[in-house]
Design a protein around this ligand. Structure first.
Ligand SMILES: Cc1ncc(COP(=O)(O)O)c(C=O)c1O
Length: 497
């Protein structure tokens, strides 16, 4: 068993505190050759008992597993009962390098990391001496073209919301003009939550889009009523239809062009109409609507959107919270669109283990403290992001996602043609792949069957199963999944006959 001990000074008295970092034993053993299911039902008895125990303190009704992190390794996750699953859901698409990644464990033991863990800075008021370097070596080294600034945040929702605030401040600044002064009326009315200080401005999103669950972000989320019910919302924030292509883009011959043109025309009409009521400061769009059901659109649609935003002077926010950091076979999914000019804002989280958004310097507020909070991100997560990037670059993991994804999708087309009444719409970019079942119930059952065969996946939209493997997912892992998918399809086909 490998353990790492680390001595760090506790204060300036010369005393040291010894940190013993726990076993790398799982790491040393490496990944299993495949899943292992040891209980007759899933979740098994220990997992159920563990969840019941936790439920005394927290709602566990959405939990499908209780993870044994000591025994989880690479692409495989273990539960309390000793079942081992190939994980293609990966903590809601957020794991980049696999369980107990050697690189991340090593990074966790470095003095730089320990210092950030024990001295969490309030980055807006007292940034530490190495913060700029960490930003350069992490986020900025992969900043989308043309975006020279990064705002660090705490979650995907927080990233989107702080980006919306920047869009509104920018809009008002342009409206006031170069020498524009904020009026006394604006200052007093904003304290009463009314205009003109709290202006009627809007963010436009798309039907089926998901942008988070905090107050502002939830007003742009358009997936399920369950997420929005009972929560006050910005009623003037409108949404527009998304073309929702459920077809592999590489086979696309323009079949959805008409629908894409219609969606663009509707969006433009809505932008125009909003001008007199609650003008749109920005629109937000996902490269692939993920929670909404893995809905795609062609690059032409996104090019059209970019042109619309330019024409009407509104900002384009691309939400790469789920698509970003490599899984689509591009570091950023929007790189595949070939836009005439870069998006104004790109938000990220999940696979970076850190959150934030990239932007141009004009989008800084006109004064300090205007887009602000206590921590403004987390240097611990930024150091992790740096490590993740190092692994991605040194192991060519974006290319791996493109190649493994191409293989996986090709084989999935084969399974789709074997079970045409059951499986449809195999689609995806890189390993960011999904397929559909005929009904929601059949989809849910299929997820359960896959789990009983040792593969953990998740649903999205009403009919889809989404694959969100880690960047270290390889052909051998794809083969394990394909075998389980074939078996599950055969079993379900049998049942429905
Ligand atoms: C595209 C997208 N945007 C935003 C979010 C919200 O992120 P978080 O749950 O970290 O707030 C998610 C979460 O799934 C997402 O998929």
């Amino acid at each position: 068993m490998v353990t790492i001990a680390l001595d760090i000074p506790t204060d300036d008295s010369g005393h040291f505190c010894r940190f013993v970092l726990l076993p790398l034993s799982a790491q040393a053993k490496g990944e299993p050759s495949g899943p292992k299911i040891v209980t007759s039902v899933i979740p098994g008895p220990k997992t159920r008992a563990g969840l019941q125990d936790l439920d005394k303190l927290q709602d566990t009704r959405a939990a499908t597993m209780m993870t044994d992190l000591d025994k989880s390794i690479g692409n495989y996750v273990a539960d309390l009962d000793g079942n081992i699953f190939l994980d293609l859901y990966c903590q809601i698409a957020s794991l980049p390098l696999g369980y107990n990644s050697k690189a991340l464990i090593e990074a966790a033991t470095k003095p730089e990391m320990v210092q950030m863990l024990v001295n969490r800075p309030a980055l807006g008021v007292q940034p530490h001496s190495t913060w700029a370097k960490t930003l350069q070596e992490s986020f900025m080294s992969v900043a989308p073209k043309g975006l020279t600034q990064v705002f660090t945040a705490m979650s995907g929702s927080d990233s989107n919301e702080t980006a919306y605030k920047a869009a509104f401040m920018h809009y008002q600044r342009l409206k006031r003009g170069k020498d524009g002064v904020v009026t006394a009326e604006e200052l007093s009315t904003c304290m009463k939550n009314i205009g003109p200080g709290s202006p009627d401005l809007a963010i436009m999103s798309f039907d089926g889009g998901f942008h988070g669950r905090l107050f502002g972000s939830l007003s742009t989320t358009r997936t399920k009523a369950l997420h929005k019910l009972d929560i006050p919302a910005f009623s003037t924030w409108i949404s527009s239809p998304f073309p929702s292509l459920k077809y592999p883009l590489e086979k696309y011959q323009g079949e959805n062009d008409k629908e894409e043109a219609r969606c663009l025309a509707v969006a433009e009409e809505k932008i125009k109409q909003a001008k007199t009521k609650a003008p749109i400061a920005a629109l937000i769009v996902e490269p692939i609507q993920s929670e909404g059901g893995d809905n795609h659109a062609s690059p032409k649609f996104f090019q059209g959107l970019r042109d619309l935003t330019k024409k009407h002077g509104i900002l384009m926010i691309v939400d790469e919270v789920q698509t970003g950091v490599g899984p689509t076979g591009h570091f950023w999914a929007h790189e595949a669109w070939n836009l005439t000019s870069p998006p104004d804002i790109v938000t990220f989280s999940k696979k970076f283990q850190a959150a934030g958004w990239f932007h141009r310097s004009e989008l800084r507020p006109d004064g300090p403290y205007r887009n602000f909070n206590t921590w403004l991100g987390d240097p611990v997560r930024a150091v992790q992001a740096k490590t993740i990037l190092h692994e991605i670059k040194s192991k060519d993991l974006v290319k791996n996602a493109a190649e493994t994804g191409a293989y996986l999708k090709k084989e999935m087309f084969g399974i789709q043609s074997k079970y045409p009444e059951l499986i449809s719409c195999v689609r995806g970019q890189g390993t960011f792949i999904a397929f559909d079942l005929p009904t929601s119930d059949q989809r849910d059952l299929f997820v359960n069957t896959l789990r009983s065969l040792g593969v953990n996946t998740g649903g999205c939209g009403s009919l889809s199963i989404r694959l969100r493997p880690m960047l270290v997912f390889q052909k051998k892992h794809a083969d394990v999944f394909l075998d389980a998918m074939d078996k599950a399809a055969s079993c379900h086909q049998h049942k429905t006959k």
